[in-house]
Ligand binder design. Structure first.
Ligand code: APR
Length: 320
């Protein structure tokens, strides 16, 4: 059977890591697109030579032409600029909005049936704009944020409790940024929710609060250390998990930035919610019963996404 075709738009740190992971996991053949001549070609040549050692039979094509993504089953978008120390994700808006316009055009012309995963920041606003530019069906285009944010939360909790990260599940709602909403009630160690673990004396409320704050600042912490760019290994793993759920029709329940128009009282926004991902793309949005304070936090987060989307509309009248 033919391998699925996976187009990666942006061949930088995340794009290159994604390309490598697709080979290692034998998920499909890769087309790596970038505007910089030689960059995707060089990365593909490097990665494919590793196949001789790792044993993957993946086909790789580095390109500067959108025509090469034709018929892609999955498109993962990392094109744009990452943060530098002192920058917020929102500072990237103006530059990356223009990039989304070009990428949207490419997807519209060559990959209208693909499942699209956007990673470019500021995530929730960029995926909203990309959907509009590409005129893509909302259930076939999502943003990667919640999987990464909850992975960070899980890592910090597992370290704190000295238990395997495999036994920690964590839930995060809302936008990717300072207003993200970690959900202790739905975050567990082997099924035991965090509020119960507080009662059991495993952690104090204050300590949990500081872990939640570190999760919110998880991306900035890495930017501060790297100084020249932002996180790329865990973001790539997160997007691969989402792509795999679609390609293998796994019906995974994952937190993603999905198009929400009704659930949670949210209208026409991309925001982080739990969804079921299978062969239909986003097959279902899981609507939780939220406590008043959780609802308020989600509304605050949605408001900040809306502010960014309004800024996009100001910058590009085609979005209004
Ligand atoms: N079309 C295609 N590729 C582009 C375009 C464009 N219009 N503009 C820039 N690029 C490419 C750059 O040439 C670069 O190779 O996007 C790539 C981005 O790679 P990096 O700078 O290494 O950034 P990365 O760490 O991969 O992050 C990409 O994901 O997490 C977000 O905030 C992050 O928005 C950033 C994105």
């Amino acid at each position: 059977m033919a391998h699925p075709k996976i187009a990666l738009i942006g061949g930088g740190q995340i794009g290159g890591t994604l390309a490598h992971m697709v080979g290692l996991k034998e998920l499909g053949d890769v087309v790596l697109f970038d505007i910089v001549g030689g960059l995707p070609q060089g990365k593909c040549l490097d990665i494919i030579q590793g196949g001789a050692i790792e044993g993957y039979n993946t086909q790789y094509k580095g390109t500067n032409s959108y025509a090469d993504i034709a018929g892609a089953d999955v498109v993962i978008v990392t094109a744009g600029v990452p943060r530098k120390p002192g920058m917020s994700r929102d500072d990237l808006l103006q530059i990356n909005l223009k990039v989304m316009s070009a990428v949207g055009e490419g997807i519209k012309n060559y990959a209208p049936d693909a499942f699209v995963i956007c990673i470019t920041n500021p995530l929730d606003a960029m995926v909203w704009a990309l959907r509009t530019f590409a005129d893509h069906p909302p259930h076939k285009i999502v943003g990667m944020a919640g999987v990464l944010d909850s992975a960070r939360f899980r890592h910090f909790l597992a370290t704190e409790f000295r238990v395997s990260v495999e036994d920690v599940s964590a839930f995060v709602l809302g936008g990717h940024g300072d207003t993200m909403v970690p959900m202790p009630r739905f975050s567990t160690v082997a099924g035991i929710p965090l509020p119960e673990l507080i009662k059991m004396g495993w952690i104090t409320e204050e300590r949990l609060g500081s872990i939640i704050q570190r999760t919110r600042d998880g991306g900035a912490e890495i930017v501060g250390l790297l100084k020249t760019g932002s996180a790329f290994y865990a973001p790539a793993s997160s997007a691969i998990e989402m792509a795999e759920a679609y390609l293998k029709d796994e019906k995974r329940v994952l937190p993603v930035a999905a198009y929400v128009n009704g659930p949670y009282g949210i209208k026409d926004l991309y925001v982080g919610v739990p969804v079921v991902i299978g062969e239909g793309g986003v097959e279902r949005i899981v609507e939780l019963n939220l406590l008043p304070e959780e609802k308020a936090a989600l509304e605050k987060s949605a408001d900040s996404v809306k502010t960014l989307i309004d800024a996009c509309k100001q910058l590009d009248p085609r979005l209004a």
